[in-house]
Design a protein around this ligand. Structure first.
Ligand code: TXE
Length: 480
């Protein structure tokens, strides 16, 4: 059985402990490889390697660093099929989705930040004829990047690329639940000729390796995506050392559907925003509020279309929903469906585990589920389920829609469907969310700020926001 290796100082190494964690293929429910169970000794080694590499890496020109990232991006493109298959097996997502979204986006992340660092400019202020201020933006040193399991290579590269482009060396940890594409990336880094120690990838458990990264006194900046509870723990442990921290956390995103919307486009897109990646995207809309005038029609059409979604072996081309990521996660999702029933909800479709036959008979499959009849303030509508489960609720008028949409502790994303321009602008301004989509969903421009408010996190990723985050501004004031 394959053993994944850490990537430290440019070499593929076993963990110091010599111990490994089982890595499970969620579509078949079986162990298929082993992940290093690393600890603070591996992090210590990675930090030393990064410290040795930093003076040379940070002294390279932006163009020289960009050249490495462009090479890595091209290598991802050249290996797209291998990487997509690995992602699908590791995570349970449809292979077609990994081929169309996850891996192309990982390549784009490196390409985008290679280009961005070449365009990145700092400010200069001529205070008077004899006084000039200019701002240097220096790399911080060693960056810690910790990522989750839902979009493994996509989110891993989204953090690593700007950190490296800005001149930092990186210690990165993928989720222990989906380590495979990060491991394959380390092989591609070797092929791309990255100097040893510039990027180090250390595998293992969050409370061991993750905690060792956030606690290390020589790691000056932490970029994290994951659960809100973990984010709070990281905020607590890093606060006394004044590390720079960016936290991209959970969501409970509202979709607001007004009667005047372009109905067919809305219906197609709402199906995607509800169930893509088995609903395991922090941006999925899990609370769907529908203006009462179109509620009955929407309910009928949406449930009919949801029933048509094929849940099957993620390697089959017709798969629209694959497996959810783990045994623990399927239990969590099913427990929320039970809770919804206890809270008075009616299951309109789905609501259960899907039992496949053959290769996938022990896999973790959940039928896409639509629930109605719940109050917006019940736990099902307040807590992040992170699965193929949505609730639908009617509303009357824009004020009520806004109030309901803003009624959770989260504030990551919101989607609005309306043809009323003034309403779109009003809601764009008033919704408590870091990202608002009007008449679209997950339409991304990598230059835009990305992140959440309230319990959805602190800080923004994307474009210049990311390059600013991974650099320390220093103002120089000269009187001459
Ligand atoms: O995330 P964790 P989990 C939500 C979703 C999900 C829940 C828990 O609701 O059900 O979070 O998922 C590392 N110090 N999201 O348990 O634990 C961990 O190893 C440092 C939303 O998988 O937050 C992994 O690499 N690091 C989300 C990463 O943190 C620690 C995506 C995320 O794991 C750590 C995923 C610690 N003490 C889950 N503990 C989104 N918003 O996209 C764990 N880690």
């Amino acid at each position: 059985m394959q053993k994944i290796a850490n990537y430290i100082a440019g070499k593929l190494l076993p963990p110091a402990s010599g111990e490994y964690i089982d890595n499970i293929d969620p579509a078949i429910g079986k162990v298929y490889s082993h992940t290093p169970d690393s600890d603070e000794r591996d992090i210590g080694q990675a930090v030393q390697a990064a410290q040795r590499a930093f003076p040379v890496w940070s002294a390279k020109t932006a163009g020289q660093r960009a050249a490495y990232l462009y090479r890595l991006s091209s290598l991802i493109d050249a290996n797209i099929e291998k990487l997509a298959l690995a992602e699908s097996v590791d995570n349970g997502k449809p292979l077609a989705l990994a081929l169309a979204v996850d891996i192309p986006r990982a390549s784009q992340n490196f390409h985008f930040f290679a280009s961005a660092i070449e365009q990145f400019a700092s400010e200069s202020h001529a205070t008077s004829e004899r006084v000039l201020n200019y701002t240097l933006r220096k790399p911080i040193g060693i960056a810690g990047c910790i990522s989750p399991w839902n979009l493994p290579l996509y989110l891993f590269s989204w953090k690593i690329a700007p950190a490296l482009a800005a001149g930092n060396c990186v210690i990165a940890k993928p989720s222990e639940i989906t380590p495979m594409t990060a491991f394959l990336l380390s092989e591609l880094c070797i092929e791309a000729g990255f100097p040893g120690g510039v990027l180090n990838i250390v595998h293992g458990l969050g409370h061991k390796v993750g905690a060792a990264i956030t606690a290390h006194s020589d790691i000056g900046v932490i970029s994290f995506t994951g659960g809100t509870r973990t984010g709070a723990e990281i905020a607590r442990t890093t606060a006394p050392t004044f590390k720079k921290v960016s936290l991209e956390l959970g969501g409970k995103n509202p979709t607001l559907i007004f009667a005047d919307c372009q109905y067919d486009d809305m219906l197609d897109t709402t199906l995607r925003s509800s169930f893509t990646n088995q609903g395991q995207i922090c941006l999925c809309g899990s609370r769907i509020f529908v203006e009462r005038a179109v509620y009955a029609k929407f309910k009928q059409d949406f449930v009919a279309r949801t029933r048509e979604l094929t849940v099957c072996d993620p390697l089959e081309p017709e798969s629209r929903l694959g497996a959810v990521v783990s045994q623990q996660h399927i239990e969590k999702i099913l427990s929320y469906i039970e809770l919804a029933k206890e809270e008075g909800g009616t299951i309109l479709c789905g609501g259960e585990r899907v039992q496949l036959t053959g290769r996938c008979k022990n896999g973790f499959f959940v039928a896409p589920t639509v629930i109605e009849g719940l109050d917006a303030h019940c736990r099902t509508n307040q807590e992040e389920i992170f699965g193929p489960v949505v609730t639908i609720m009617p509303f009357e008028g824009e004020d009520e829609a806004l109030k309901l949409a803003n009624s959770t502790e989260y504030g990551l994303a919101a989607t609005v469907w309306t043809e009323n321009l003034s309403r779109a602008h009003r809601l764009g301004s008033e919704l408590q969310a870091g990202v608002v989509w009007v008449n679209c969903w997950l339409l991304r421009d990598l230059r835009t700020p990305f992140g959440g408010t309230k319990s959805s996190g602190v800080g923004r990723e994307g474009g210049d926001e990311a390059l600013r985050f991974f650099t320390e501004p220093k103002n120089v004031c000269i009187k001459f």
